[in-house]
Design a protein around this ligand. Sequence first.
Ligand code: UGA
Length: 435
Amino acid sequence: MRICMVGTGYVGLVSGAGFAEMGNDVVCVDIDKAKVERLRQGEVPIFEPGLDELIARNVKAGRLTFSDDTAASVASAQVVFVGVGTPPRSDGGADLSAVDKVAETVAANVKQETILVLKSTVPVGTNARARRIVAKAAHPIHVVSNPEFLKEGEAVNDFLRPDRVVLGCDSDDTFARDIMARLYHPVCLDKDRIIWMAPASAELTKYVSNTMLAMRISFINEVATLCEKVGADIHEVRHGVGSDVRIGPKFLYAGPGYGGSCFPKDVQALVQTGREHGVEIDLAVSTHRVNERQKGLLPRKLKTHMDGDIRGKRVAIWGLTFKPRTDDVRESAALTLIDVLLTEGAQIVAHDPEGMPKIREIYGDRVQLVEDAYEAARGADALVLLTEWRQYQNPDFDKLKSLMKRPLLLDGRNIWSTYGLRGQGFHYEGVGVRS
Ligand code: UGA
C-alpha cells in the first residue's frame, strides 16, 4: 500500500518506518527542509532505541523515503497519516493549525479515493472538523481517528507489537475499514487487538488512557507521602495493592512526579475538553495539581537536609530525562529541581547518559555537565537521583562515599532502597520507603 506520513516527529518517524517494515511503500513528509535532508543522509533526529536500524533497513530496501513536498506526496498516497504536532495553547487546549493545514492540502491535491488518518493527539471533535475541511475535495476522503499509544524508549516495539490498535471510523464505512484492517493486520494477527469505535470515542480514549495512568502515579505519590508519616513502605503497599488483578502492579511506582510531552499536556487537555462541555473532571484537575506538588518533593527534601539553606552547596544530579531510554527532558522533574537550585544559589553538577545536550540548550553553563557520573559526585553535598537509568542501579557506593563531601543520597526512584545504605554510612532517603 502507498502511505504518506505527514510529520517526522516522534510519532511520524516510528509509525512511518514501522509501516515500511510491514512491506508498505511509505513517504515521510515534513515542511522542515533541513530535517528532511538530514533524514535522507541517514541522520535520525530523535533518540529512540532500535529506530536508526529500522529506518536504515527500510530506506535500503526502497520502501521508505523522505520528502518536503506535502502536496505531491499526499496526491500519490492511498492512506495519509497525520502525525504533526498539536502544541498546547495558553488556555490548555490544543493548537490544531498544523492538522488543519494537512487536511486542506489533502483536500486540494487528492487524485483518488483516499483515507486521512489522524494519529496526532487531538481533542474530541477534530475528526468532525477534518471532515468539514475535506468535504468538498474532488475525490471522497474518509477520515479515521487512530490515536497512538507508543511509549518513548519502547516505541519501536510498541508499534510492531501493540497491546491494541484503536480505530475511530464510521461503522458503515467499509472502504476505510477494509484498508485499515489490512494495514494493521501484520501486527494484529490476533483480531481482537483492533478495536473499532466511533471517531469521538477514539479521540477520547487517548486522553482517558493517559490521564488514567497519570492518575495512578499521582495517587501512589500521595500514598508514598503518607507512608513516610506512618512508618509504612511504598514497595510493600504497592505489592499488596497491585496483586489484586483488578488493579495490577504497573504504573504504581512512586517517584519525583511524571513528566514528558504527553501526560502533563494530555491531563490538562482533558480538563479543558471537559470545561468546554460543562463537565469539571475533578480527578484530572487533582492529578495535575498533585504532580506539580510532587515535582517539588526532592527540592524540599534537599532543603530540609541542608537546614533550609542550599546557597553555595554543591548538588550532584544523576538523571535528567523524564524517564530512561530517551534524550527527552520535557517536563522532567529535573527541570524543577534545577530551577530551584539555581534560584537559591546552589552549584549543580549533573550527569545523564542521553539528556545532557538538551539540558545544555536550556541552561547553558549554569549547569555543569560531566561525562563521568562519579565526577558529578566529587565534592558534592548531596546526590539526587532522578531517572532510573540502568547504569545507576548498582554503583560503587564506597567510591561515591569517598568522593562526596557529605554522604547524602536522595533517591527519587527508590532504586537503592533495598541496599541498606543507612547502615553503610549514608544519609539515604527515597520516596515513601522505610529503609
Ligand atoms: C505515555 C504513555 O505511557 C503512552 O502509552 C502514550 O502513547 C504516550 O504517553 C503518548 O501519549 O504519546 P511516555 O510519556 O513515553 O508514554 O512515558 P511513560 O512511560 O508513560 O512515563 C511517563 C512518566 O511517568 C515518566 O516521567 C515516568 O517516570 C513516570 N512514571 C511512570 C512514574 O513516575 N511511575 C510509574 O509507575 C510509571
